[in-house]
Design a protein around this ligand. Structure first.
Ligand code: PRP
Length: 211
């Protein structure tokens, strides 16, 4: 039996995914060591390998078949636009992709003029404004703390993830438009889904039972 390889997005999603796997009897003790610098972990009993990657890289590993299966947020899947199958919504990591800004930007959004949009998700922002709203915008790519952009005058609005809404509230911003709901998803390489169909189907069925 060949190894089934999993790419997990580093951070909270990986922790939740591993505890979900534990519930269906798949454990990976090595991965829990707090100070480990090891990058790939093996479960010999089930012939499975797990590695942690930056969220944005998970779809890349899966598209190329370096990982058979990935667990990553819907935001990353949409942003990366890779060729892969999204097979399951794990139901955790729930949040929303939104257009946010000061209340005063509501009017600017209605006017359909060229506005500046800052985001860590330029593809999602571009798709939303160009294709769903038929509005031409200037997208400014940022790498974090995006809420700063409308406050310091870099952009009119932002496209960003809203979970509890506290980052927005504490910075005097609000949700102006909702783009889509987000959560953690299981993605599968297109060839792996055919070649390892039974193993993957059984795994998904087991996950379904505990969710
Ligand atoms: C994310 C997101 C928002 C915040 C939303 O940022 O980009 O800034 O969380 O969460 P909330 O609605 O619960 O306040 P993250 O913490 O990943 O850091 P970053 O801003 O550096 O990207």
């Amino acid at each position: 039996m060949r190894y089934l390889t999993f790419a997990l997005a580093k951070g909270r999603l990986a922790k939740k995914t591993l505890s979900l796997f534990e519930q269906i009897g798949i454990t990976c003790e090595e991965m829990k060591e707090p100070d480990t610098r090891k990058l790939i972990f093996t479960n010999e009993e089930y012939k499975m390998r797990f590695f942690l990657a930056k969220a944005g890289d998970v779809p890349t590993y899966v598209e190329y078949g370096a990982a058979d299966i990935g667990v990553v947020g819907k935001d990353t899947i949409l942003e990366e636009g890779r060729n892969l199958y999204e097979v399951m919504d794990l139901g955790f990591g729930k949040c929303r992709m939104c257009v946010c800004g000061p209340e005063s930007a509501k009017e600017i959004l209605k006017r359909n003029e060229i506005i500046r949009v800052a985001s860590k998700y330029p593809n999602i922002a571009k798709d939303y404004f160009n294709n769903k709203k038929n509005q031409t915008v200037e997208i400014i790519k940022l790498n974090g703390s995006v809420e700063l952009a409308p406050i310091v005058g870099l952009a009119d609005v932002i496209v960003d993830i809203v979970e509890t809404g506290s980052t927005l509230r504490e910075n005097g911003l609000s949700v102006l438009e909702e783009i889509c709901p987000l959560s953690a998803r299981v993605v599968v390489n297109q060839v792996s889904l055919r070649m390892e169909h039974n193993r993957i189907r059984n795994l998904l069925a087991d996950l379904n039972k505990v969710m």
